[in-house]
Write a protein that binds this ligand. Structure first.
Ligand code: G3I
Ligand code: 9MR
Ligand code: ZN
Ligand code: CA
Length: 537
């Protein structure tokens, strides 16, 4: 393979934490000297790049610990880099405010939403599919670039924000959500934001049975240039599903615990809701959800539902501290489930709830076995990161739809484990590498967030951003990222044959690489808050 020589420097375009580790990448045939200068030409650092696999070389300037804006030069290449104690403060705020931009059913006023303000949307009741029954389910977040509201991915997004609050409250304390659109505007930021989704989730539970509807959406996706308030097709409640009921149960039990000290009334609704959902689960078989006839929006289908039961039962265990729940989840911890944090593979959420439950309620033996497996899982990820030129725990086959989430979830796993005393030596490096990659240290030099970096995402598959007459997209949105499976028309036409990590296009029609989603932003909030919290010390 002929070696290429960089046309640019691939670096973290958002910035580097003063105390954190600092790298950039170039493509080259041999090691090269590099230097950093202040804007007025004073030399502050010099080094040599090192090979890291393929034709990639990395330059490390971790030892530069003076905040400032610098000019980085390698031969004739130049880049501007920022070193700052709170380098990710603004992007963290924007990534959290994204959830407010996704709010449904309320107006987004200009004072908070700027040029992306809009009137209330989707305000009518939904009809339960196949019946004349109307259900009011206002509020909550649009899932992604479409306007559907789906229970399963909502539970993941809520869990991530609750975890971000539990783990990194100091980093999040600086962040300002859109105060005027919140019903309880004085909670800690992540809880203030997540509360809106929780309140909506509560409306998705059938009061008669405790089962939870899988989603509320129009029958089909509206055209891409549809504004939220112009999407007026009838809203349909798709049937109750096992996956929706289990993930709802887990998220509500988690919320009950977290909001107890901040919003006792909400916490008590969540406790009841989780209990009723669990009762439904114990009376129903694990049946995968499939889109019913006439419904063509996101399916969020999942065939493996034992991990959802694990999450629900361990969240009940942690919420109640009652060892009866441990007897439900302990056998599930023994199964060969994927310990991940995806919308479909949720076992790791369950593992974390189990490990954070009161120790008197669980078996010490199972607990230590679970911790050793967790450490082995992290070892496997760390080994992947070790052999990747960009230091990220990813293989080619991991660049699927939403690959940025795959990466962020893996970084999140390392940080979550630290909270239960499973300390992996690579944890912070992996998290930093994930942020570097997300913010531009990747072979496309693409910052995968709207509104940030020298090469931000400009054309996301996001209906409000396409339909408005503002040039810039809504800021703070994380794009899906490279997807080697080429799952939309324009990707098939333009990206065939590309290496996995470059199968991405910043084009509004490429929904399989360039859509945005609440559950792609949520692990980004967690990881970036984690880096900031560690860096701010
Ligand atoms: O995990 C498998 C892997 O084992 C397999 O080898 C590989 C080969 O195709 O694919 C992987 O599965 C992919 C799966 O996502 C992984 O989560 C599927 O190909 C891929 O089609 C599937 O994509 C999902 C997509 O909807 C289409 O169903 C995305 O995860 C999911 O994030 C996305 O969600 C959409 C909603 O439906 C509608 N709203 C927007 C939202 C974001 O694009
Ligand atoms: O816009 C839709 C996006 O939110 C979904 O993730 C995606 C996959 O389900 O589908 C998009 O809608 C497209 C549809 O599937 C096919 N016709 C073009 C639509 C985009 O305008
Ligand atoms: Zn709406
Ligand atoms: Ca599952």
């Amino acid at each position: 393979m002929p070696s290429r020589v960089s046309k640019s420097i691939f670096c973290n375009q958002v910035g580097y934490l003063t105390s954190g580790d600092k790298r950039f990448w170039i493509q080259a045939r041999e090691a090269q000297p590099f230097a950093l200068h202040t804007p007025d030409g004073q030399a502050v650092f010099a080094g040599l790049t090192k090979p890291v696999g393929g034709d990639w070389y990395v330059g490390d300037f971790t030892a530069l610990r003076v905040p400032g804006t610098y000019v980085l030069t390698v031969g004739s290449l130049e880049a501007r880099v920022v070193v700052h104690r709170r380098a990710y403060g603004d992007v963290l705020e924007a990534m959290l405010r994204f959830f407010d931009y996704q709010l449904c059913g309320v107006a987004l006023p200009e004072e908070d939403a700027g040029p992306w303000a809009h009137a209330p949307c989707h305000t009518s009741d939904a009809k339960v599919l196949g019946t004349e029954r109307a259900v009011a389910c206002p509020g909550g977040w649009h899932d992604a670039g479409d306007y559907g509201k789906y229970t399963v991915p909502a539970a993941k997004a809520v869990a991530d924000l609750l975890l971000a609050h539990e783990y990194f409250p100091a980093a999040l304390a600086h962040v300002r959500p859109m105060r005027s659109v919140h019903r309880e505007p004085h909670l800690p930021p992540a809880l203030e934001v997540a509360r809106e989704e929780i309140a909506w989730l509560l409306t998705m539970q059938d009061p008669a049975t405790g089962g939870v509807y899988h989603k509320v959406s129009t029958p089909s996706f509206p055209p891409l240039d549809t504004r939220p308030e112009d999407d007026t097709a009838p809203l349909i409640m798709s049937p109750i599903s096992y996956a929706a009921t289990a993930t709802f149960c887990a998220a509500m039990a988690h919320a009950a615990l977290v909001y107890r000290a901040h919003d006792p009334a909400l916490a008590s609704c969540c406790t009841d809701a989780a209990q009723r959902a669990y009762a439904w689960l114990s009376e129903h078989e694990m049946r995968p959800f499939r889109n019913p006839d006439g419904i063509f929006t996101g399916e969020y289908g999942d065939r493996e539902l034992r991990d959802e039961l694990l999450w629900a039962s361990s969240a009940m265990l942690r919420m109640t501290g009652d060892s009866a729940w441990a007897r439900v989840c302990e056998p599930l911890l023994d199964l060969d489930l994927a310990w991940e944090l995806g919308w479909a593979d949720v076992a790791l959420y369950g593992v974390m709830e189990y490990l954070r439950a009161p120790s008197a309620a669980v078996s010490g033996d199972v607990r230590s076995k679970v911790k050793s497996r967790l450490l082995r899982e992290l070892d496997a990820l760390a080994a992947m990161a070790e052999s990747h030129p960009f230091g990220i725990p990813m293989r080619d086959e991991d660049f699927i739809w939403g690959s940025n989430m795959v990466l962020l979830n893996r970084a999140m796993a390392f940080l979550l484990a630290e909270g239960v005393g499973v300390l992996h030596p690579a944890a912070h490096t992996v998290a930093q590498r994930a942020a570097d990659y997300l913010f531009g240290a990747n072979p496309l030099g693409q910052c995968y967030v709207t509104g940030f970096g020298q090469q931000p995402v400009r054309q996301p598959h996001h209906r409000p951003s396409v339909a408005d007459d503002v040039d810039d997209p809504v800021p703070g949105m994380v794009a899906g990222g490279p997807n080697r499976n080429l799952q939309d028309e324009i990707a098939r036409a333009k990206l065939a044959g590309r290496p996995a990590m470059t199968a991405y296009m910043d084009h509004q029609d490429s929904y399989s690489t360039n859509e945005v989603a609440i559950y792609w932003n949520s692990p980004a909030v967690f990881v970036v808050a984690g880096l900031l919290e560690a860096g701010g010390r």
